[in-house]
Write a protein that binds this ligand. Sequence first.
Ligand SMILES: *[C@@H]1O[C@H](CO)[C@@H](O)[C@H](O)[C@H]1NC(C)=O
Ligand SMILES: *[C@@H]1O[C@H](CO)[C@@H](O)[C@H](O)[C@H]1NC(C)=O
Ligand SMILES: *[C@@H]1O[C@H](CO)[C@@H](O)[C@H](O)[C@H]1NC(C)=O
Ligand SMILES: *[C@@H]1O[C@H](CO)[C@@H](O)[C@H](O)[C@H]1NC(C)=O
Ligand SMILES: *[C@@H]1O[C@H](CO)[C@@H](O)[C@H](O)[C@H]1NC(C)=O
Ligand SMILES: *[C@@H]1O[C@H](CO)[C@@H](O)[C@H](O)[C@H]1NC(C)=O
Ligand SMILES: *[C@@H]1O[C@H](CO)[C@@H](O)[C@H](O)[C@H]1NC(C)=O
Length: 386
Amino acid sequence: MNIRNKLVAVLTATTVLGFVLGFPPKYGPCKVKCRTLGLRKCFRICRIATGDSIAFPCWKNCSVSINGPNAANDLSGCIQQCRVGKTCDLASNKTRLLKILKEKEPLEGPLFAKDGNLYIVLYTAGEIRRVDLENKQTIPFVNLSVDGFNGMPLGLQNGPGNNIWVTDMRLGLLKVKQNGSFEQVATKDNQNEPLQGLNDLTFDYHGNLWITAPYGPIAPQNFTDSEKDPFGSVYCYNMTTNEFIKLATGFLYPNGIAVRHNSDGTPAKLIFGSFYNKTAPLWSFDIVGPCQIDNKQVWGNLPANSYIDGMDFDEKGNLLVTDYHSSILYVFDNNGGTPTCQLKLPFKHLTNVQFRPDSKELYITGDELWKVDWKYKGMKQYWEIA
Ligand SMILES: *[C@@H]1O[C@H](CO)[C@@H](O)[C@H](O)[C@H]1NC(C)=O
Ligand SMILES: *[C@@H]1O[C@H](CO)[C@@H](O)[C@H](O)[C@H]1NC(C)=O
Ligand SMILES: *[C@@H]1O[C@H](CO)[C@@H](O)[C@H](O)[C@H]1NC(C)=O
Ligand SMILES: *[C@@H]1O[C@H](CO)[C@@H](O)[C@H](O)[C@H]1NC(C)=O
Ligand SMILES: *[C@@H]1O[C@H](CO)[C@@H](O)[C@H](O)[C@H]1NC(C)=O
Ligand SMILES: *[C@@H]1O[C@H](CO)[C@@H](O)[C@H](O)[C@H]1NC(C)=O
Ligand SMILES: *[C@@H]1O[C@H](CO)[C@@H](O)[C@H](O)[C@H]1NC(C)=O
């Protein structure tokens, strides 16, 4: 435990104690700052909801330069901005979190393919591997490369047929057969522009494929990305018409992607994150037709300075979102806004999540591969209902 963690523990304990004693909880560092500024009603300015905690690094950065006539508002604003919910309930308190394996390279894109096996990508190596869950090891499956350019796969999904669909930051969209042979599905969009490098993908229940594309053009162009220029895009691929459509652009490193459906199974809302945006927004669009979107909105935010990476819905409509930098999985209910609860994982970088089909087993990739018994089953995937 370093000094900062100790401080956080003490502050959390203070909050819990306040709650036990029946005072409305307040955030300690806020009270200190509030008093230093000579403000009044600090107990009100620094109040937090029962069960909430405040992310200290976020708070520190947010509040450091607060001064002047708007100080009270700004402090409350930082409380809102840096608020994190309570720890999520899991299916069981006994086997909460289980480590499966670690590789030399970071892991991404977990997928249970139609053969029942779990697959992951080692993106820096350009590899897709099969996971032997029993023996807790990985088995080489395919190394992606086209015309001498190595792939960097980031996302995997099941589509129609037995193909695994792959989004790759260098090679665009690929389809991999069960025997490991693969093909590039598209290198250009319907305007004949080269595809941007891709990150994550999801099929809606009507079979449209939605994709985030944070990078510059794919190989043979040199690789480009940016922490500052919002040139990231969202694509949709219609496999019936074979159209690859750029739907929207101007996003700062769009990452993760999920579709919420109405109760009759109609695709209703497209949601994705923005990895490098300090306010950590989850953007949403209404889905108004096949590969058609409208009404861009901020659907929710992670605590400021989070790095949104991967996401999936559970069967209750909760959206589970990973933060690459804080070890935390955040959970949103149907209404978005701020997270309703959070789960701290015992490894540093989280990338993506995937449920085993028809089960509560949630697999989380990053520095390592872990399993969590979630409280609910995952939302059914397109291939499970089609
Ligand atoms: C700290 O907050 C400011 C806005 O007040 C933001 O511009 C900056 O990027 C943040 N820095 C870090 C390291 O999060
Ligand atoms: C786990 O523990 C929490 C807090 O002690 C409790 O509220 C919850 O019901 C428990 N969950 C299960 C499934 O036992
Ligand atoms: C991919 O490359 C790695 C490292 O070069 C190698 O260990 C692995 O066997 C290869 N996988 C396949 C399926 O050829
Ligand atoms: C994989 O299967 C496809 C047909 O499904 C076949 O065309 C291809 O040659 C096979 N590749 C290998 C490496 O066996
Ligand atoms: C593809 O486009 C056609 C024509 O607009 C539409 O009918 C269909 O629903 C779209 N999606 C798929 C997956 O075919
Ligand atoms: C990629 O970068 C290298 C080194 O900067 C340069 O020589 C080459 O022309 C670039 N290739 C393309 C396709 O732009
Ligand atoms: C970052 O997200 C906020 C919404 O939370 C948005 O207003 C802003 O334009 C975004 N910044 C960039 C550079 O995309």
